[in-house]
Design a protein around this ligand. Structure first.
Ligand SMILES: C[S@@+](CC[C@H](N)C(=O)[O-])C[C@H]1O[C@@H](n2cnc3c(N)ncnc32)[C@H](O)[C@@H]1O
Length: 420
C-alpha cells in the first residue's frame, strides 16, 4: 500500500530515530499535524542519541504547543538522586524587629543616597514590621512585592497590615494545581534549554532531579503551600527560585561567590546553598527585605548566616551568607563571581542602576546574571527602564540571552576585560 509522504518519513524516522537524516525529515513533517507522534520521536532520539540536545528539545516544544507542559517532567528520563533536605533552625525574632527599626531610621537619614528606593518601592519606607508579621511574613503584606499569586491571594488588599492572608482552600487548590504543574513543566523545559546550550553545565538528569527536590516549599514563615499529588507542596516562589538556583549553580565557579541585589526574602539563595556548599552568598536589599532575608536564611542555615547591619563588619569563620545593607557595600571588601538580580533592577531608576554599577565594579563582578523586563507595557508604572538600557551593561559582554513570555529577558554576561 502506498503511504502518503509524511507518514513514510515518520515511519522511517521511528524505525531509526538515531539516524540524523531521518530525524531531520521528521522535523519538517511534524508541522503537518501529529505533534504527539513527533514528541515521542524526539524522546526516542534523546534516548538513543543523548548527546544531541535536539531530540528532547523538540519533544518538549511539541508538548508545550500541545498545552501539555505539565507532563514535561514525566517525559525526561532521569535517575533518582539525593539532595540534602532543607534544615530548620530556631530564629530569635524580637531583636530582629528592633534592628529593623534602626535600619529604617538609617534609611531615612540617608534618603538622598543613590541606592534609596525608587518611586515604585517608596512604600518600603513605612512598612510596619511586628514580631507577629515577621513570624508569618509569607502571609503578610510585609513581604509585599516579593510574592505573587497564588502565594499571596489575588484579591488581598495591598499594604493591608491589619490581617494575614487566608488559608489555601479546596477551591484554590482546584484552580492552582494545574497551573503550578504547568509552571513546573515550563521550568523543566527552560532548564533543559539552558543545560543543552552550555556543555559546561551540570548534566541534565542531575539538574532536573535537583530541581525536583528544590521546588518543594515547607510552610515556614506562614507560606501558603499548594499540595500537588505525586510532587509535594510547592509555591509560585519555590518554583521560580528553583529555576534561578539551578541556573546560578551552572554559573558560579567552585568556591565562588554570589552577590544578589534585591533578593526578596532569600528564596533563591536558600536553594543554591543547599546544592552548593562551597559557595558564599551575599545579599543586599531594602531594610524590610534585609530582615526577612536574614530571618529566612537563619532558619535554613543557622549560625552560618551573618547580618552586617551595624558595627564593624566581621563575618565569622565558616560564614556562608552575608546580609548587608546597600549603604555598607562600599566598606565591605567582597568579591563576586556572579552578581545576580531577578525582577528587581526593573523597579529601579537610573540613579539606582548607577549605584549598583559602582557596586559591581567594587566587587569586581566576573559575571552578571539577571532576569528583568525588557518590554514595558503602555501605562505600566512598575517598570522604569528596559533591561537592554541599564547603565552598567557597558561593563559586560552578553554571552547568552533568552526571552521569557515576550516581556522578560534573561541575560548572562561576562565582565569585559577593559571594564575595570
Ligand atoms: C519584585 S521583588 C523581586 C524579589 C526577588 N528577586 C524575586 O525574584 O522574587 C524586588 C526586590 O528588589 C528590592 N529592591 C527594590 N529597590 C531596591 C534598591 N534600590 N536597592 C536594593 N533592593 C531593592 C525590593 O526590596 C525587592 O526585594
Amino acid at each position: 500500500m502506498d503511504m502518503e509522504p509524511t507518514s513514510a518519513v515518520r515511519m522511517q524516522a521511528m524505525r531509526d530515530p538515531a539516524n540524523p537524516a531521518a530525524y531531520e525529515s521528521l522535523l519538517q513533517s511534524w508541522w503537518n499535524g501529529d505533534r504527539l507522534a513527533a514528541a515521542r520521536q524526539g524522546l526516542r532520539r534523546h534516548i538513543l542519541a543523548p548527546n544531541d540536545p535536539r531530540g528532547l528539545a523538540n519533544a518538549l516544544s511539541c508538548l508545550n504547543v500541545l498545552d501539555r507542559a505539565s507532563s514535561i517532567p514525566n517525559w525526561i528520563p532521569r535517575a533518582p538522586e539525593a539532595v540534602p533536605p532543607a534544615k530548620r533552625f530556631d530564629v530569635d525574632l524580637p531583636p530582629l524587629v528592633d534592628v529593623y527599626h534602626r535600619l529604617l531610621e538609617e534609611t531615612n537619614r540617608r534618603r538622598t543616597e543613590a541606592w534609596t528606593p525608587s518611586s515604585i518601592e517608596v512604600s518600603k519606607f513605612s512598612i510596619p514590621l511586628t514580631v507577629e508579621h515577621l513570624a508569618n511574613f509569607r502571609r503578610s503584606e510585609v513581604s509585599s512585592g516579593t510574592q505573587t499569586v497564588p502565594d499571596c491571594p489575588i484579591d488581598f488588599a495591598r499594604l493591608d497590615f491589619s490581617t494575614f492572608y487566608p488559608d489555601v482552600t479546596e477551591a484554590d487548590l482546584k484552580v492552582w494545581r494545574p497551573i503550578l504543574s504547568t509552571t513546573r513543566g515550563g521550568l523543566f523545559r527552560r532548564l533543559h534549554k539552558a543545560v543543552a546550550e552550555d556543555p559546561k553545565n551540570t548534566p541534565l538528569s542531575r539538574t532536573l532531579n535537583v530541581a525536583d527536590a528544590l521546588i518543594l516549599d515547607d510552610d515556614r514563615f506562614g507560606a501558603r503551600v499548594f499540595d500537588i499529588p505525586g510532587i509535594g507542596t510547592v509555591t509560585a516562589k519555590s518554583l521560580q527560585s528553583t529555576y534561578y538556583a539551578c541556573r546560578l549553580s551552572g554559573l558560579v565557579p567552585e568556591n565562588g561567590s554570589v552577590l544578589e541585589v534585591g533578593g526578596g526574602f532569600g528564596a533563591a539563595a536558600s536553594r543554591l546553598l543547599r546544592i552548593r556548599p562551597d559557595v558564599v552568598y551575599m545579599l543586599t536589599d531594602l531594610p524590610v527585605n534585609l530582615i526577612l532575608t536574614y530571618a529566612y536564611l537563619r532558619s535554613h542555615f543557622g549560625e552560618q548566616v551573618y547580618g552586617a547591619f551595624e558595627g564593624p563588619i566581621r563575618p565569622p569563620e565558616g560564614c556562608r551568607v552575608i546580609v548587608i545593607p546597600p549603604w555598607r557595600l562600599g566598606e565591605f571588601k567582597g568579591r563576586a563571581s556572579v552578581v545576580f538580580n531577578s525582577m528587581s533592577f526593573q523597579h529601579m531608576d537610573a540613579r539606582n542602576h548607577r549605584f549598583y554599577g559602582d557596586v559591581m565594579r567594587h566587587f569586581q563582578a566576573r559575571k552578571l546574571y539577571h532576569l528583568n523586563r525588557e518590554v514595558i507595557s503602555p501605562g505600566d508604572k512598575t517598570v522604569h527602564i528596559p533591561a537592554s538600557r541599564y547603565s552598567f551593561n557597558d561593563q559586560f559582554k552578553i554571552v547568552r540571552e533568552m526571552v521569557f513570555d515576550d516581556r522578560w529577558v534573561e541575560t548572562v554576561a561576562e565582565r569585559k576585560t577593559d571594564a575595570g
